[in-house]
Design a protein around this ligand. Sequence first.
Ligand code: ADP
Length: 262
Amino acid sequence: LSWCKKAYIQPCTIPGVKTTLAISSGKGGVGKSTTAVNLATALRLAGAKVGLLDADVYGPNVPQMLGLGKSEVEIIDTPEGQRFLPLSAYGIKVMSVGLLAEPNRPLAWRGPILHKIITQFIHEVQWGELDYLLIDLPPGTGDAQITIVQESPICGAIVVTTPQQVAISDVRRSVYMFRQVGVPVLGIIENMSYFINSNGEQTSIFGTGGGQKLADELKAPLLGEIPIDPRICSGGDTGKPLTLADPNSTTSQAFVQIAAAL
Ligand code: ADP
């Protein structure tokens, strides 16, 4: 897994930020935001300075997942111009469309606007000093996503999938999209890989080995397999990620191990 670190070939161009990592998926609903939030907290637990940019403008769930449901970001004046001041949750700096006051929320998320907003979020936020800026990208590989990936200073990308999805071309398209624009794919995370019942028995509800097979085919490492865990849902609803609520659980440790490789 130390391969990840070697794969950061592009230096980060955001002042004060060492590494920007995109978390992406071919489709919505595979657990991309859940992964972004739990990786952010796992990196924070390991002592890193972490920012999380929720660029999933179609479903900005990150604020709720981090207990920032009804909060709004402030805009401040700086010598470089106006900047958004990110909010802080569990020591993580957070910016999201979901944190903008109503009048600042654009009405339509068409491609060019989407790109402009995300670029603004990357460059016009007072991030300060960060070891990692995780970017929760909108799902898919349409024109908007390609432009964002092409024009944002992304050092590496992680693609999240589920076992049902592995045979589907969306995941391949995601990996190819990043490669096409020269962003190294650090690897694939298979979410909802298996379920551990109350007797401790592990069941692979959606079959086994799919993530690894796909990773082999795409020559991208399989960074980890995250179990199906009902507490992930409740953590998302209560605003305390599982990696913080129960850091020693099998599920949390799966995130911790991936974070350690980044
Ligand atoms: P995406 O960002 O890909 O649209 P989300 O992270 O919002 O997906 O997750 C979709 C739903 O699935 C949420 O309700 C989330 O709590 C749930 N979920 C994600 N990963 C898991 C998991 N490993 N176990 C149980 N529920 C999960």
